[in-house]
Design a binder for this molecule. Sequence first.
Ligand code: AMP
Ligand code: MN
Ligand code: MN
Ligand code: MN
Length: 286
Amino acid sequence: MHLLNADLHCHSNVSDGTLTPEALAERARAGGVELWALTDHDEIGGQQRAREAALAQGMQYLTGTEISVTFAHVTVHIVGLGFDPDNEALVAGLAATRNGRLARAQEMAEGLAKVGIPGAFEGALRYVGNPELISRTHFARYLVETGVCAHTHEVFHRYLTEGKPGYVPHRWAALRDAVGWITGAGGVAVIAHPARYKFTPNEEWALFTDFIGHGGQAVEVVTGSHSTPEQVRYADTAIEFKLAASRGSDFHSPGESRVDLGTLPDLPGRLTPVWELLADRLHTPA
Ligand code: AMP
Ligand code: MN
Ligand code: MN
Ligand code: MN
């Protein structure tokens, strides 16, 4: 049976990707994607462009975003799919979540200046496509360009993760709020790349249980952030918690991303694809 080639997680220059929504749509189509969602961090400003470009390329489209959440002192990402992008509570919630990124970035730059890297705030800003969405990724690109590090992963490892000089702890949205904004706008909430969080089994159980309690319905199983064993593990988790499953590359940039749009393996056949919950929210080419 042919499973739809769905890529329901990626980033444009409206957040921390480097391509425009239109260029991403083209790349998705070239990669064989049949159902696409653009999921910029804490931001839906690119949705209309992405939807129009998707339909022009002959792809089906679902609205998308990836909300930054703080759960048990850890940053967790919740993808939202198929919501109404004009929903007021969602729009306000995302704006509140973006708020604070600028002050955080200034603090990050102060930390970097202290270890002999001046001007990182202005430097990072040069890479920002959306002034409300300055992220660690933009700092990473600046530090690579200036030769401080060889690649962005090295920047994160040496400077931008917990305990490192450019790391600033930040309080993102509450899990209950993020899931509520998505479901309140008619969408489905998805736990993004669960293997990335390094939770203990108890903490992970709490995340999934609370998420479901708040109305969450799906988990990413096949993602650019998961190894093959992790895909198997979270396929089991999806079954255990009766969650639908999502698939997405988490593509950010041609030079940086290991996995390209549309190229991941199919979801295991025993899972319910998340788009089956969203049949009435699909935008379909004329
Ligand atoms: P922020 O929302 O500003 O905390 O930035 C988070 C983003 O940084 C993620 O969405 C990834 O795009 C990127 N990121 C996080 N960890 C790494 C890493 N180890 N290597 C490369 N990029 C990373
Ligand atoms: Mn990102
Ligand atoms: Mn993420
Ligand atoms: Mn992402």
